[in-house]
Design a protein around this ligand. Structure first.
Ligand code: UDP
Ligand code: MG
Length: 303
């Protein structure tokens, strides 16, 4: 399954290369192209190819929604038990698909590609991605080497309904692994972009960082919201108490001086502490009565 946005020159080469790799496999397959609202001839080029090959399916999105949403549409429309994703710009190599499928046969839920010899600019692409990968490993403890590599194989039922928003497709392997999916990584080939141009700038780094913060918060506090909020409430409560004590001391040391600011700050912290505590209670009640599981939150299904 391949999301494509303004890749008119690549479509034909892509189709040929993928078909060649898949025909050699002698397994049933379909190629699903998700046209993410392209403004060039991507869709008509794909349609022309689909007319003579029933194994090529096209999902057309009404406007450009972004790669994450395009992938989601693809996951929902794909019919295979295993879904392989890759980029539509010929940077991934379809010859890696058979290797991935063989790995899937060994019983993995996800097989991830790792662009060990990546053909992109160093400063604008490889360096930021190295730092981001390191950060994801540190924060989540999941040793994924290349979160940005698009060529991956998934067992379909795991990711069919995965909630995809922001840049979440990058963190999917990490999230599913945190819940218990079995994954492995293999070295894959990578080529420079031949046609068109990359659709991203550095802004994606900011989005990925926010996703990572959200992910860490959810996984840290999901099962123990009261504890998380309780610790915060206690800390703010102690600060309130400390300011109050200083206020009382000042009352004796500098009699007659206005201490409105100090006592005001103390009262504010006390109120914040109570607020956090009750927020924790509410979250706790939702958690206890909702019978929630993190698998349900990410709609991840295991056998
Ligand atoms: N893509 C998409 N919608 C978008 C942006 C990109 O479907 O809004 C597709 C694009 O056509 C390509 C893949 O997502 O097949 C990866 O995009 P790109 O090659 O621009 O990203 P990069 O390889 O530079 O990270
Ligand atoms: Mg690319």
């Amino acid at each position: 399954m391949i999301p494509v946005y303004n890749e008119e020159e690549s479509v034909m080469h892509l189709y040929k290369a993928v078909t060649k790799a898949l025909l050699d496999l002698k397994r049933p397959y379909e190629i699903l192209l998700v046209d993410d609202g392209s403004k060039d001839d991507t869709y008509s080029n794909a349609l022309a190819l689909a007319r003579s090959d029933s194994r090529l399916k096209i999902v057309k999105l009404k406007r450009n929604y972004g790669q994450t949403t395009a992938l989601h549409a693809g996951f929902q429309n794909a019919r295979g038990k295993v879904i392989v994703t890759m980029d539509g710009d010929l940077q991934n190599d379809p010859d890696d698909i058979p290797v991935m499928l063989n790995k899937m046969d060994e019983g993995y839920d996800i097989v991830l590609g790792w662009r060990h010899d990546r053909k992109d600019f160093f400063i604008s692409r490889k360096l930021p991605s190295k730092i981001a990968n390191w950060l994801v490993r540190k924060v989540t403890g999941i040793p994924v080497k290349d979160n940005g590599c698009a060529i991956r194989a998934y067992r379909a039922e795991i990711i069919k309904n995965f909630p995809m928003y922001s840049e979440m497709h990058r963190l999917m392997p990490v999230i599913t692994a945190l819940v218990g999916a079995k994954f492995t990584q293999i070295k894959v080939k990578h080529h420079p972009r031949k046609f068109g141009h990359s659709k991203y700038g550095l802004s994606r780094i900011y989005k990925v960082l926010l996703d990572l913060v959200a992910l860490k918060t959810i996984f840290s506090f999901f099962y123990i919201p009261l504890f998380g909020f309780g610790v915060l409430a206690l800390a703010v409560g102690l600060i309130s108490f400390a300011i109050f004590t200083i206020g009382i001391l000042f009352l004796f040391i500098y009699p007659g001086q206005s201490l409105v600011t100090l006592f005001g700050a103390s009262a504010l912290c006390a109120a914040l502490s109570l607020f956090l505590y009750f927020l924790g209670i509410i979250c706790h009640l939702i958690y206890r009565t909702g019978n929630l599981k993190i698998e349900n939150l990410y709609r991840i299904k295991f056998r």
